[in-house]
Ligand binder design. Structure first.
Ligand SMILES: Nc1ncnc2c1ncn2[C@@H]1O[C@H](COP(=O)(O)OP(=O)(O)OP(=O)(O)O)[C@@H](O)[C@H]1O
Ligand SMILES: [Mg+2]
Length: 593
């Protein structure tokens, strides 16, 4: 039953939505279709939606009595009382979408409920009902919106090119289609069927279907439930990143939203695992108790407010972090090159064999930049020839925890790369990056621990420093002592070190301090935790020596220490410690598979 809301409730709703471009209309119509329980929704647009938008659903339909009321402002069947506002479980609730749309265009609505024998056809132009008559039609609702802004030339002028408006619409429908995997979506742009999802509930299949294989393949599944929260996500391994966040899609209780809380959760989960300025791909679907969030804070509902930001952030961070500790997060060396050069280009996310020895990730990834930009700009990507019906079913990706116990060390090459294997993979481990990771975590632990483990030096080290270092002593000396150093001013721009952290070798301890003092002469702000952390990670790098020949027991000790790390798969700067090649890839290289 559609009712006009009492004024006092209406005033509590963040309304005043402006239909500013075609995508706003598509959004409202699709949301109405989903609220009506549709299992199939078809979206057709022409000329970027400017001249024609049609959304067809097989949902509940609207009764003959209600159909005209639906176009009135504050007319909704979704809430009745003020209390309902605290527990909104539908996408709509303001009762203003149809009213706003029919004010600026020519609308035709055809609808039929399952109970009634015939349907209704209503035509509304500039908010005026021109026709309301019986008609034969299938169950469900079809809304056609023509000539957007024909009566508001000022707004018409601000529309972007048809291609740009179409792209916005396709982007929106892509996202909403992902959030409703059980609904079959068809997106048609002019004469092109852009995509059709299967409606069979396979999110990963939909991601590949909509965004293509280069985005969708190799994603790591994340699943976690706790305290009323359920997260289902697909995120990229840390070596597969993009230069922007435009493939981070957040869906909370079926609503596509922008959220700095979820962005931060991702940043934290990937901390130390990727380079600055790079972003993981992430499709995040979060279900949570509706009373723990407020969707009624912005007319377009694109923003929501969580009652407890850190509860949500911690939950998502934890879930993604756990998934990134699994075996699928280890970068994989792909050998596409051996199949055909054409395919190699299709798959530029993976290392080429040649580059894996000395991974030049940034240059590897600069290829992706161009590709991902092209993929968003070029519309022919969305033509029928590229996107057929979902090749369902895509096998469910599994992500077992990585098991260090299964690793068998084979040896080392170039005094730098440790070789190891388990049952179905061959690993190369960057000895220097691994050392750095171990060194960094031990230093951090020691810094935070109440009890410090130090070793006394037989012969104290004396270190000559610049006057900048002595003059800022108050800012750094306690921090260095917290790491386990016994250090004092010795006069004459010199410091004397009597004890060093227990886990360091003497040369490491000295190199670390020298690097730290070097950084201090640039007068950094040590009270800023992030700056301090950056300086420490840099100093770890110079402290740890690379290229040493390790014997078997040293290699085993290093792997054991790595295993104990919170984040064993990358150095503190985001370079990978592990790279793997699957048995299957090897067999393909030798033309056995
Ligand atoms: N596709 C549809 N199928 C069934 N009922 C519909 C459909 N579209 C609209 N309605 C009915 O018309 C009413 C008004 O729709 P409208 O979109 O204007 O408001 P709303 O969805 O209730 O709130 P909001 O303004 O937040 O979208 C809805 O509450 C619903 O009852
Ligand atoms: Mg609505």
């Amino acid at each position: 039953m559609i009712k006009v809301l009492d004024k006092n409730i209406a005033d509590k709703i963040a309304a005043g939505e402006v239909i500013d471009r075609p995508v706003s209309i598509v959004k409202e119509l699709v949301e109405n279709a989903l609220d009506a329980g549709a299992s199939s929704v078809t979206i057709e647009i022409r000329d970027g939606g400017r001249t024609y938008i049609r959304v067809t659903d097989n949902g509940s339909g609207i009764t003959a009595e209600d159909v005209e009321i639906a176009f009135r402002r504050h007319a909704t069947s979704k809430i009745l009382t003020e209390n309902d506002l605290d527990r909104i479980e539908t996408l709509g609730f303001r009762g203003e979408a149809l009213a706003s749309i029919c004010a600026v265009s020519r609308v035709e609505l055809i609808t039929k409920t399952a109970d009634s024998k015939s349907g209704r056809r209503v035509v509304v132009e500039s908010s005026e009902v021109l026709e309301n008559s019986a008609t034969g039609c299938p169950d469900g609702t079809t809304v056609t919106v023509r000539d957007l802004f024909f009566n508001v030339p000022a707004r018409y002028k601000f529309l972007a090119s048809d291609a740009a408006e179409a792209r916005r619409i396709i982007d929106f429908v892509s996202r909403i289609a992902l959030s409703y995997p059980d609904v079959r979506f068809s997106m048609i742009n002019g004469k092109n069927r852009v995509f059709t999802t299967s409606g069979k509930g396979n999110i990963l299949a939909n991601i590949i279907n909509i965004y293509g294989k280069d985005i969708g393949e190799g994603l790591i599944p994340v699943e976690k439930s706790a305290g009323g929260f359920t997260l289902k996500a697909h995120v990229s391994p840390p070596d597969k990143t993009l230069p922007s966040r435009n493939r981070q899609i957040f869906c909370v209780n079926g609503r596509i939203i922008a959220s700095s809380v979820l962005e931060r959760a991702l940043d934290r989960a990937y901390a130390e695992r990727m380079f600055k300025g790079r972003f993981p791909i992430a499709f995040i679907f979060l279900a949570m108790p509706p009373e723990k969030l407020d969707v009624n804070i912005h007319p377009t509902k694109k923003q929501i407010r969580f009652d407890d930001n850190s509860e949500v952030e911690d939950f998502v961070t934890e879930a993604v972090r756990e998934a990134l500790m699994g075996e699928r997060a280890v970068p994989i060396v792909s050998v596409q090159k051996y199949d055909s050069s054409a395919q190699m280009n299709e798959d530029s996310f993976h290392y080429e064999v040649k580059k894996a020895v000395k991974p030049e990730i940034s240059s590897e990834q600069s290829k992706i930049d161009i590709k991902s930009i092209l993929s968003t700009i070029r519309e022919d990507k969305f033509t029928e020839s590229h996107r057929q019906e979902t090749p369902d079913p895509v096998p469910e990706a599994v992500n077992k925890p990585f098991d260090f116990e299964d690793l068998r060390i084979i040896g080392a090459v170039f005094n730098t790369y440790i070789l190891a294997q388990d049952d179905d993979c061959f690993y190369m481990i960057d000895q220097h990056a691994a050392h750095e990771r171990v060194f960094y975590e031990k230093l951090k632990d020691q810094y935070n621990a109440a009890e410090k483990y130090s070793q006394q030096l037989l012969v104290p080290i004396s270190l000559a420093v610049s006057s900048d270092v002595t003059s800022t002593e108050g800012e750094w000396i306690d921090k260095v002592r917290s790491m386990g150093y016994d250090i004092d001013f010795f006069g004459n721009n010199t410091y004397i070190v009597r004890e060093i952290p227990a886990f360091m070798e003497m040369s490491e301890a000295e190199a670390f301090l020298n690097d730290l003092f070097g950084a201090l002469s640039d007068k950094p702000d040590l009270t800023n935790y992030r700056i301090l952390d950056k300086i420490i990670t840099r100093s770890c790098k110079s402290a740890v020596k690379g290229g040493d020949v390790l014997d078997e027991s040293e290699i085993n000790a290093l792997i054991d220490q790595l295993k104990a790390c919170r984040n064993p798969f990358s150095c503190p700067h985001g370079r990978p410690t592990f790279i793997k090649m699957t048995l299957y890839e090897l067999e393909r290289m030798f033309k056995r598979a």
